[in-house]
Design a binder for this molecule. Sequence first.
Ligand code: HEM
Length: 407
Amino acid sequence: MTGIDIHSPEYRERTTDFEAEARSCPVRWTDRHEGHWLISGHDTVTEGLRDRDRYSTVKYTDENGKLCGGLTIPTAEGYRALPNEADPPEWDGLRRLLAKPFSPGAIEQLRPMIQRYATEVVDHMIEAGEADFVMEVGSPVTALVTLDILGLPLTDWRFYAERIHQTFTGVPGGGDSEAGIPGIQKRLSESIAARRLNPGSGLLDDLIAAEIDGEPLTDETVKDLVYDILVGGFDTTAGLLAGAVRYLEDKPQERERLLTDDTCLRTATEEFLRYISPAVGLAKTATADFELDGETVHKGDRMWFMYRAANWDPEEFANPEQVDLDRARNRHVAFGSGIHRCLGSHLARVIFQTVIREFLTRVPDYRVVQDEAESYVFACVNAGFAVLPLRYTPGPRIHETPVLEQV
Ligand code: HEM
């Protein structure tokens, strides 16, 4: 295990075996990628994520001028994702600005808007009889909802969605997977500059007008906050939806329950989050020397937190490899835990519940084209599909002018 490489093809092929092996010693060192810890057991992951002081997510430059830290191993260049790559006290001020618009109460108010976009993405694919669920349903619906909240032009949905999908489908450092990031950064900077001159009425405008301790945010900070909201939500929510659609393909009784039983839909949402774990793992950096499960961690050590390994820990979940739509106790960490716990968790849940009902109602006989479905090549950060092709009996549209056709 000490030589295990989280980016290797073996990890992708044997993900759950590997994660089970990792859990047998929930804090262990690997010498790959300049060395880092693997943190995998449910309790160790949860306690670590809740520790506000011992772990940092900030990127920094070391004495040799090398970029270190951040959420990925190796450290990704070319962006700063806020508030995820900020530590307290900077994190507190930034997160406070975002807490209200993404609170359960605020997201409840958005249900009609989310339903409208769910109807429209299904309208857009339903007549064809075949579609890629990821880029024709899961990603666009999340993109449209998020851009609507921010007040960014809906016409940009494809621009952002395709570039974000590209970063998740490629091999980091091994191709052009990060090629889309500069384009996103540039488009966001242009939109922010334009909105400073001509304010609109979305979260973007609220951020431009916001202050922390009496100081306005810089354009750079506004960009980094919006970037995190876009990148954090699109492929994770699409991956959750796609994973559920694939699982439910041959389970008519479970589908019926999701459509008719609100309690089951809510419990099942948590179970799909646990089972699919769209966020598989992310990194932090130790801020001090300390003991962890009998191992000595040193200041500056990189720590790889394995959310899915925690969510499949048999010490916490009975039969973790099985989906149990009625699983009552479900302390999953699919949204992380502690200060960086997902800002968009309420939004992701409502999008998931709305879209799954819309889709299962209107596309009841879908089949997954199994030999054309492709998972992400890079398996350790996010679980999802590059493409999930479906075939089904074509059906009628509901709306006359879907937003997707106007863009
Ligand atoms: C099923 C969908 C989603 C999953 C599984 C997911 C997962 C996660 C996880 C695991 C973290 C914690 C990262 C850490 O430990 O450092 C996180 C943070 C975050 N997520 Fe999500 N996410 C989802 C949807 C969304 C959506 C829709 C948004 C859009 C608002 C979003 C925005 C964020 C942001 C901004 C953070 C950073 C929060 C902070 O640092 O305070 N996520 N997410």
